[in-house]
Design a protein around this ligand. Sequence first.
Ligand SMILES: Cc1ncc(COP(=O)(O)O)c(C=O)c1O
Length: 410
Amino acid sequence: MNNYDKYLSPIGRQLQESAIRRMGTVVARGTDLVSFAPGYPDAALFPWDDLREIAASLLTGADGNTLQYGPTRGYQPLLETLVEVLRARDIRATIDEVIITSGSQQGIDLAARVLVSPGDVVLVELPTFTGGIAALKNAQAELVGVKQQPDGLDLDDLDEVWQRQRRAGKTVKLLYIIPNFQNPTGSLLSLEKRRRLLEWADRRDVLIVEDDPYGSLYFDDVATPAETRPLRADDVNGRVLYLSTFSKTLAPGFRVGWMVAPAALVERFDTAKQSTDLTSGILDQRIVHEAVRRGVVDRLAPTLRALYRHKREVMERALRESLIDRLTWASPKGGFFVWATLPTGQTDTELLERALDHGLVFVIGSAFFVDGSGHDTIRLSFSAPSPDRIVEGVNRLAAAIAAAPVGRTS
Ligand SMILES: Cc1ncc(COP(=O)(O)O)c(C=O)c1O
């Protein structure tokens, strides 16, 4: 039997795959492929020695609970540690407002499953993270895009979109936003806009899902930690659900992220999580907890910032050398991505085809847009490849752009 379509439920039938995951499959197939596709951290910077020592100390067999089922809400000492981590970000939360998730991706999924009814409108940035799009669409949200400006979300457009949806009789329940070094654009929401956005959410009675994987990865030549202040830090009315993760600051393989939300909602997320995974990996949580407790994560952060800043410089220098008259982009102030606009007449999908022929993969810009636009954009991730491979990848990109059929460029 090889056709299972008739067994699929309507939801099973319409499940969305993340475009970035799809690109990951291409990367796995390739041989000499340079990948600017997934936002993977640089594996050379995983703190291997510390982690080996921590894992060995936990796996002595002395404590059976190390490999036992754990509480759905999360490993209690890690929850307590997270309250401290959050305080350093100016977020005051109690333990009953925190839940550990299997990566922040699960936080988005839980928020979508618990809060969204089929047909509810969820507002998202244009463009936004494909994993967010997938989770929200799978909960049958109607995703409506809001324009971005160089300093983040366009608040005038936000309110116009909200009013239009309300006039159409829709319930606008959530805004999903990535204020710090946004995926895919790299943009940083200004402090003034953060303040106004919270006021807007109160006025319009909308909950905000704030996704913050990259906040501590600012480039200190162009950004300060103060500029990454979470919305949740100034949320006095319980409007903001804050998500973060150890994926970019320690290692994504642990799948340890967390969500901060009003206690009444955390209860609901806890129940929803029970039917998904019972608990996030307890060994992973214990290793992460030890890594935070021993100061490994804090010690690593400046190194990560310096390395990713360097890689951004390498990519931008290479882009300036070979593509300055063909591509436009805004220099990111942190995070993993350069977001570029293509020469007039070239499209992301055609360019990707040619790039693959030249041994390069990236993510097409249109995958990040919920309104079908963005075909003149691409996302280039500089986080994982070595500096040499970044230069090689940009050279391949230049060759692929130059190889456009005559008449397709201007
Ligand atoms: C904006 C954003 N949210 C969530 C995630 C998922 O992170 P995690 O590995 O913690 O699930 C990513 C990963 O790329 C991301 O860029």
